[in-house]
Design a protein around this ligand. Structure first.
Ligand SMILES: Cc1cc2nc3c(=O)[nH]c(=O)nc-3n(C[C@H](O)[C@H](O)[C@H](O)COP(=O)(O)OP(=O)(O)OC[C@H]3O[C@@H](n4cnc5c(N)ncnc54)[C@H](O)[C@@H]3O)c2cc1C
Length: 389
């Protein structure tokens, strides 16, 4: 199999590489595994970076040009993401660019598009995703947050949980129940909710790496104007399926894992005995697995390039990359011995504590965006045609 670029794609890759070399200062190239759930905006210079990307339509490479994107074909989107990941470039708010924008382009009215898309592209409006609830994660359609019609508004009451970036967000895409009769997925509607509206309370949740990236969000009689419903009443489930279908190829994660492994090989050298066969085998296995992850990401992109939806391919890649992240972290902690348990702030911590941090952060990777069990169910039923039960 020949994975090399076509002449046109190779020229595009060079264009991206030259752009990054010229426009992205070296001190803005940060490792990525520390920033799960966080996008640009933490560093004030990120907005400058967004403006530079915007000159080429590269804030949203996949969006059509008429909406301010670059309208890139699938393979060039893949190359763009790959090069940005290799350069460790700050990533725009993925929920806004990768989910809210494309869903609005498909389901939104012209008014909704002109109201929301410009703020996403400029990075001025930060978005979060309010789908999961305390009793509804994998079984999302069972969610219980309610929206009741009242004149020109809906009144929302209930709770979301695990909402990444809600503490920074101006807006939330959210699902609420507008009808309790009939099948559970037929009574949901999809809203753009103003996070600064009266009645919205955001309570931080600190993860086991002692980082604050997700939250609980409570709604107490929050008014959402009817113009902020996306799609039709009680048909929000189908809008949500569009949001969830905008899958990444996984190349960003695969490249981040490759970079991390390279750093671990160097950083654990002082702790390894010469000729340690166990260490050598472990690292070799992880290196092979990283290559498999990159191949799987290529496969997703090649399905997209044919204009098809990569359903089981995306699940296989998500499952594999998230479990591989945990294996790499475990290998690193094992090789660094007790030093691998030292976190940021300790002068003895290898990689400035990122080994310990990665070990803890990667636990959530097999839950976020659909758990490993749910991915296996999709692979079994959609990919292999096995029965649901
Ligand atoms: C880092 C992180 C960030 C997140 N960010 C967001 C966010 O921004 N917005 C948002 O809405 N949500 C977010 N989530 C929530 C995430 O989508 C849910 O955690 C996930 O969907 C699982 O739901 P749950 O936690 O309720 O677990 P449950 O669905 O209760 O699952 C519990 C266990 O049962 C298993 N299980 C459940 N159903 C089945 C089944 N049918 N077959 C086999 N096994 C099953 C699961 O795999 C899991 O092991 C985030 C989660 C994490 C970890």
């Amino acid at each position: 199999m020949d994975f090399s670029d076509t002449p046109e794609d190779a020229a595009f890759r060079r264009e991206v590489q030259e752009f990054v070399a010229k426009e992205l200062p070296p001190d803005m190239r940060a490792p990525d595994e520390m920033t799960l759930g966080v996008g640009v905006g933490e560093d004030p210079r990120d907005m400058e970076w967004l403006k530079k990307l915007a000159t080429r339509g590269w804030v949203a490479p996949s969006w059509p040009t008429e909406y301010g994107g670059a309208g890139l074909p699938a393979m060039q989107q893949f190359i763009f993401n790959e090069e940005m990941a290799r350069a460790r470039a700050p990533r725009p708010n993925y929920i806004a660019i990768g989910m809210v924008g494309p869903t609005t382009i498909v389901h939104g009215t012209e008014e909704q598009k002109s109201e929301h898309l410009p703020g996403i592209l400029s990075g001025e409006i930060y978005w979060c995703q309010g789908f999961s609830e305390p009793e509804s994660g994998s079984d999302l359609a069972s969610l219980q947050t309610r929206a009741v019609e009242d004149g020109d508004d809906f009144i929302i009451n209930g709770q979301k949980i695990w909402t990444s970036g809600a503490h920074r967000a101006d807006r939330m895409i959210m699902l609420a129940r507008t009808d309790s009769d009939g099948p559970k997925h037929k009574g949901l509607s999809y809203f753009f909710l103003d996070m600064h509206a009266p009645g919205v309370t955001v309570r931080p949740l600190t993860n086991m790496a002692e980082m604050h990236s997700f939250n609980e969000v409570f709604f107490d009689n929050v008014r959402v104007p009817k113009k902020d419903m996306l799609g039709e009443l009680n048909r929000g489930w189908y809008v949500a399926l569009t949001t969830l279908a905008f899958e990444r190829s996984g190349i960003v994660n695969a490249v981040a894992l490759q970079q991390l492994l390279g750093e671990i090989v160097e950083a654990t050298r002082p702790y390894r005995r010469a000729g340690d066969v166990h260490a050598r085998n472990e690292l070799a296995d992880r290196a092979i697995e990283v290559h498999v992850a990159i191949m799987l990401s290529h496969r997703v992109a090649s399905v997209q390039a044919k204009g098809q939806m990569p359903i089981q391919e995306a699940s296989i890649t998500k499952l594999y990359c998230s479990e591989l992240g945990q294996r790499i972290a475990r290998t690193a902690v094992g090789l660094a011995g007790l030093y691998g348990q030292l976190g940021p702030g300790s002068p003895w911590a290898p990689l400035m504590g990122r080994i310990e941090r990665t070990y803890l952060i990667q636990v959530g990777a097999t839950l976020a965006g659909g758990t490993s069990e749910i991915q296996r169910n999709i692979i079994a039923t959609r990919g292999l045609g096995l029965p649901r039960n």
